[in-house]
Design a protein around this ligand. Structure first.
Ligand code: KG4
Ligand code: ZN
Length: 338
């Protein structure tokens, strides 16, 4: 007896991704990044949607081939409805609709944020790490979002903390840009930070009530700090890049951890995970693991390939929705905000 096989499409930002999921296991997960944005210092929406159009057919084709399944075996197609860039979302949505129509199979809409969190529920072989139990507390940190989410079941999520301005990923990317690093700067900062000291420079941390976050002040204080130091020494950035990166990363990680600890204490939940692009950050991964040990948390740190945007997470979300017969109509439209 063949299981439930889902083709999943992700196109919310600047990565075109397709995956095939069977019964919650990933058979393939292909990602085509877009180099076109690099020289612009950020994602250019119009260029992104054009690149998605060029990538989507070959990426889906490859994902189906790599999975070793026949097109007839696919039971449903899941796609990212939002949030994201509208032009980018349109490409994935249109493709998914066409595929569902042509194959006469159900269409499943997926919320991108929910998918980042549900990446933790992708089934693995027995010797890989376990799967969280409910209630599960997840710190979702990406280029567009910074939230603390409380999951009561796969599809019941409550945002209990949110950023009031920039996302953590934006703080990495914008501060990186100030140091002359190419977009997205997060991975480069992570790498440089490993050669520097997190205590070399101190940047002010925001004071925000409850479980909410703020990152725009950090960006401003980083900007003024660099401006002052560059006046004394025009080579200040070049001479101090590892220390600057390590100190910046240390500050961002500290801000995130403070709120995550607070969220665990206020909810009593010790089943804790991190998700989203910034959860690839080695400083954050180390610190969550360290706090977890100290506080008796059951910590879930995603595989690197499941941290940044990918279709496997759309597929696992689609799988849970499939089991609940939660299907979308052909007239569904993507949403930039959800
Ligand atoms: O989840 P994601 O791929 O896309 C969004 O949904 O936004 O996250 C992208 C973000 C970017 O801001 C990028 O700089 C950041 O994740 N990022 C990292 C690392 N890898 C990716 N930030 C810090 N350290 C990393 N290793
Ligand atoms: Zn994302």
């Amino acid at each position: 007896m063949m299981g439930v096989t889902i083709l999943a499409i992700e196109s919310s930002c600047d990565d075109t991704s397709a995956a095939v999921i069977r019964d919650g296991y990933v058979l393939s997960n292909l990602i085509a990044g877009q180099e076109v944005h690099r020289s612009w210092g950020g994602v250019v929406p119009e260029l992104a949607s054009r690149a998605h159009q060029a990538n989507i057919v070959p990426v889906v084709d490859r994902a189906i081939k790599d999975a070793g399944v026949n097109i007839e075996d696919i039971n449903a197609v899941a796609f990212t409805r939002g949030p994201g860039l509208l032009g980018s979302l349109l490409v994935g949505t249109s493709f998914a609709k066409g595929f569902a129509l042509a194959r006469d199979i159900p269409l499943i809409e997926v919320n991108h944020l929910q998918a980042h969190v549900l990446a933790h529920f992708i089934k693995k072989n027995e010797n890989a790490g376990g799967i969280p139990e409910f209630p599960f507390l997840c710190l979702l940190v990406s280029g567009g979002h910074t939230r603390i989410i409380l999951l009561k079941s796969h599809l019941e999520m409550e945002t209990i903390g949110n950023t009031i301005d920039d996302a953590a990923g934006e703080a990495f990317d914008k501060c990186g840009k100030l140091m002359g690093l190419p977009y997205p700067a997060g991975p480069a900062i992570d790498k440089l930070a490993s050669e520097g000291s997190g205590k070399a420079f101190a940047f002010s941390k925001p004071v925000v009530a409850g479980l909410d976050f703020s990152f725009s002040g950090l960006k401003t204080s980083f900007l003024y700090f660099l401006r002052d130091r560059l006046k004394e020494d025009p080579d200040f950035i070049e001479k101090n890049k590892p220390d600057l990166c390590a100190s910046l990363q240390h500050t961002i990680v500290k801000i995130l951890l403070d709120k995550l600890i607070r969220a665990s204490l206020s909810t009593g939940v010790k089943e804790i995970g991190i998700a989203g692009g910034v959860s690839a950050n080695s400083g954050l991964r180390d610190e969550v693991a360290r706090e977890g040990k100290k506080r008796n948390w059951n910590v879930f740190i995603p595989e690197i390939s499941l941290t940044t945007d990918n279709a496997a997470m759309i597929g696992i979300t689609g799988y849970f929705k499939y089991l609940g017969n939660d299907f979308a109509d052909q007239d569904i439209a993507p949403l930039a905000r959800m």
